[in-house]
Design a protein around this ligand. Structure first.
Ligand SMILES: [Zn+2]
Length: 207
């Protein structure tokens, strides 16, 4: 990414926000915890947009409106899974957890660290999945819709997860967020419009 094409604001939290002015490769609003890399953003945009477009096929089969995929360093798909909480009757079966489990089964290991894997998710991971990702050995995480939008559009509760992106950085895990956000928000709105299941609705605000 050329500095002339984007304005990088280092937030007090240490997180970087990319605000593009003229580059299709660096859409405005993308956040990350490393110096922005336009090639990573371009790859993630292509993959996450594909996942967002695939969403309806999965939700029409009963899956929740979240999809994840793991790719290796050469760009090969290792695993791809939706959220299957409702159809499996298991609260753990979020898209990220299902995809990590599938990758570990495929590779025959509980530690993905040596495989240099990247996780792409249609939405920001919840409190549970942050832990699951951290323990898996995934090296890079790219997500679409931020938690605030997920909760506002769907009513799902994403849990308490302060400074998770900074915590990932401390552990050497790269994070990019808000990739293809609008496409993802529309996919969530489509899910809600169809009257599909919202389990574990958002907490009541108690002041
Ligand atoms: Zn989750």
């Amino acid at each position: 990414m050329k500095r002339s094409l984007c304005k990088i604001i280092a937030a007090s939290t240490g997180m970087l926000r990319v605000s593009a002015t003229a580059s299709a490769a660096a859409p405005a609003g993308i956040i990350c915890n490393e110096e922005p890399d336009s090639s990573k953003i371009a790859v993630a945009s292509r993959i996450i947009a594909g996942l967002q477009r695939d969403m309806e096929v999965y939700t029409d089969r009963g899956s929740g409106p979240f999809l994840a995929a793991i790719y290796d360093g050469d760009g090969n798909l290792v695993a791809k899974m939706p959220n299957t909480v409702v159809i499996d009757k298991c609260s753990h079966n979020h898209a990220e957890m299902n995809t990590i489990k599938a990758a570990e089964e495929k590779l025959g290991t509980y530690d993905l660290t040596p495989f240099n894997l990247k996780l792409y998710i249609t939405a920001e991971p919840c409190a549970m999945c942050i832990g699951g990702i951290m323990w898996s050995g995934i090296k890079e995480v790219y997500y679409g819709v931020p938690t605030q939008s997920v909760e506002k559009i769907t009513g799902f509760d994403e849990g308490y997860k302060p400074e998770w992106i900074e915590q990932f950085k401390k552990r050497g895990i790269v994070v990019y967020g808000n990739i293809e956000r609008e496409l993802g928000e529309q996919a969530l709105r489509n899910y809600v419009a169809k009257g599909k299941t919202i389990y574990q609705p958002a907490r009541e605000e108690k002041n």
